[in-house]
Structure formats: structure tokens, C-alpha cells
Write a protein that binds this ligand. Structure first.
Ligand SMILES: [Zn+2]
Length: 247
């Protein structure tokens, strides 16, 4: 992953595909005005890729901490201004010029490419507990992608320095991931800290990905003020944007 003009780009997913984990000073999601946010995303993507704004379609997800995956293969289903897919936390598409958007403020944003497909998924603690990672890899394989052709890039999220969870939640992770509990949970001063990144890396590797198919950087949205953080800011009015687009 490398830093460009106020965004990080995957160095793994780069074959006719644009990826961006955007710093908040460049671009962020604001709930109050979706139309303006969609327009700003079009400006940003158009400037970075050269694709005309009028050709770009913007796709937001409802993001309800589900593990629901939406497959988009018909551009007629998309509005010219922007489209919101309700009750959706992942999208797979083979469409070009279609910007898949993840908004996060501590959760884990993941960008994918596999054969002719691109995809996004949003994994918070619930999605990670439910092994959304494996579900995404299986979905891509069901659509015909070969495991070897899948590449993923994991963006800025809260790291275990700051991601404290209560003991009830820690017990859930110990129960479901008993073999990995020492790897994903850390206890300090009677408080548990969850390592979302490591859990997801273990899940993707168990689903069949090799380390060289996964791109990530060690960010912490709560420590790193270039990003929005729900834990730090105690507000969700501004969120980080992660984008992927097939050119
Ligand atoms: Zn931190």
C-alpha cells in the first residue's frame, strides 16, 4: 500500500483497477448530504483516473453490520446520482466505472479483485465474529473466480492498541475462536483488546488465501488523526471512505 495525494492505494490490486483509502482532509463521508458526498467522490475519482464524471456510478451500502452480499451485474439498476443498497455490507460487481464505496469510522474496510470481479466488504466486530471474510471468499468462488486469482486490500481500522471490548464480547470471541484466542485477544488492566486485523487475516488464510494475496498496512484510526474514528471522536457524522473502481 502506498500513499498518494492524501489517499492510500493498494499496490497489490492495480491492474486496471483504482483503489483508494482516503484521508479525511481529502474526502470523507457526511451523512447529512449524500448528494454532495457522491459528487465529491466523482470529482476525486475522475481526477485520479481520467474517467469522465458523467460515466461514473456511485454505490453506497446500507451497512447494518450484516453479512449480506449484493451482486450487481446490471448497470440499469444504478442511478446516475448515486445508489444505496439497503441492508448490505458487501457488494460484488463485474461492471466498469462503478465506484463501490465503504464508509467506516473504526470498522475494517476490505477491497477485492478476482478475475473479472471487484468487491468490497465492511467488517466490524459482528461481521468478524460471523467470519464474513470466509463468506466473501466463498461467494467469489461461487461466481467462478479461482482462489489463486483473488487479491484483497485491508484498509484503515481501529487496532488493538485502542479497541477495548467488554468481557461479554471477549467471551463470544473466545467461544467461537478458541484456537486463536491468544492471537486475537490481549488483556491489560482487566480490559480485553481485540485485534480485528489479525482475526481477519487468520480467517482469509483459513479460507485459502496466501499472505501474498493480502495487502494491508498497520493503521489505527483512533491513534492516527488523519482518519475519522468513532471511538476517538464519539460521533459518526463523518466517516472514512474506501473506494474501488474497475476501469
Ligand atoms: Zn490505537
Amino acid at each position: 500500500m502506498v500513499e498518494k495525494n492524501n489517499y492510500f492505494r493498494s499496490t497489490l490490486i492495480n491492474n486496471n483497477i483504482f483503489t483508494a483509502f482516503v484521508l479525511k482532509k481529502r474526502l470523507s463521508f457526511k451523512n447529512k448530504d449524500l448528494t454532495a458526498t457522491a459528487e465529491k467522490i466523482k470529482d476525486f475519482v475522475s481526477k485520479q483516473t481520467g474517467v469522465l464524471k458523467s460515466k461514473l456510478k456511485i454505490v453506497f451500502m446500507g451497512q447494518t453490520h450484516s453479512t449480506n452480499i449484493n451482486f450487481l451485474n446490471n448497470s440499469d439498476d444504478l442511478n446516475s446520482e448515486f445508489t444505496i443498497l439497503p441492508d448490505t455490507d458487501a457488494v460484488v460487481t463485474n461492471l466498469v466505472n462503478t465506484v463501490l464505496v465503504i464508509k467506516t469510522a473504526d470498522c475494517l474496510p476490505v477491497l477485492y479483485t478476482a478475475d473479472k470481479f471487484i468487491a468490497v466488504s465492511h467488517q466490524g466486530w459482528l461481521g468478524s465474529l460471523a467470519n464474513f471474510a470466509e463468506k466473501m471468499i466463498l461467494k467469489l468462488q461461487l461466481l467462478g473466480a479461482k482462489l489463486d486469482d483473488i487479491k484483497i486490500s485491508i484498509g484503515p481500522h481501529i487496532a488493538d492498541c485502542c479497541y477495548s471490548i467488554d468481557s461479554d464480547r471477549a467471551s463470544l470471541f473466545k467461544l467461537v475462536y478458541s484456537n486463536w484466542q491468544d492471537l486475537i485477544l490481549r488483556k491489560f488492566n482487566k480490559t480485553f483488546y481485540l485485534n480485528l486485523l489479525r482475526l481477519n487475516l487468520l480467517q482469509y488464510q483459513k479460507a485459502g488465501l496466501n499472505k501474498n494475496q493480502i495487502d494491508y498496512r498497520l493503521f489505527c484510526t483512533s491513534c492516527d488523526k488523519r482518519f475519522c474514528s468513532y471511538r476517538r471522536d464519539k460521533a459518526l457524522n463523518q466517516q472514512n471512505l474506501s473506494l474501488i473502481l474497475k476501469l
